[in-house]
Design a protein around this ligand. Sequence first.
Ligand code: ZN
Length: 236
Amino acid sequence: MMQLRRVRDIEYQLLPGADRQTTDIVIERNGMITVRPPKKMTPEQVDETVLSKRMWIYRNLVEWRDLNATRVAREWVSGESFLYLGSHYRLQLVVEQDEPLKLKDGRFCLLRSVVESGGREAAHQAFEDFYREKGLPRIKKRAAYFAPKVGVAMNSVQLKELGYRWGACLTNGDLHFHWKCLMAPLTIIDYIIVHELCHLRHRNHSDAFWNEVDKVLPDYRERKDWLKVRGAELDL
Ligand SMILES: [Zn+2]
């Protein structure tokens, strides 16, 4: 029996306790984190242990990511997991459904015919469309929430393919965000949004700029570090 738990930005599968003193933390082949604690530990104590090991976990996730980077073609089969707002969801291929891709009952349900007729490319596109469509209203809402806090008026908000950048601030006040942002946890999305909003005041990364970011998100360094270390995982 497994239980999915989350402590801060780390999501892990809690396995039944074992007859021993130490906690086993493993990055599985699919990138999932599994934790087998000593029998007597409460789930809250396991959370604490996981949290104390988080730098090790981050490092190993990066390593896992590097090892898997060469595995170019993702296997578009049921059981693979995909990210949305920082959580992993298993993929399930379904025969019938009114949209190509849906998040339903904790699973990403992808129409089998999409994969059969268009292969990997079509499946990739279905995910990108999903992130764009479901993500835009979310990003707009958060940007509208943070704009007054930064003290700026923004123009339109759009999701784009931005290559290696997470966001861009145009001279006319338009904000562009990479659709891949939608794979990140909400706290990280907020950081990306605030970062771009602050660029409406300072079009550089000067101390004055970071001061603005700090005023709105005093813990921005932690979020920025997360993006630096784990941003590469936000990919299809
Ligand atoms: Zn910037």
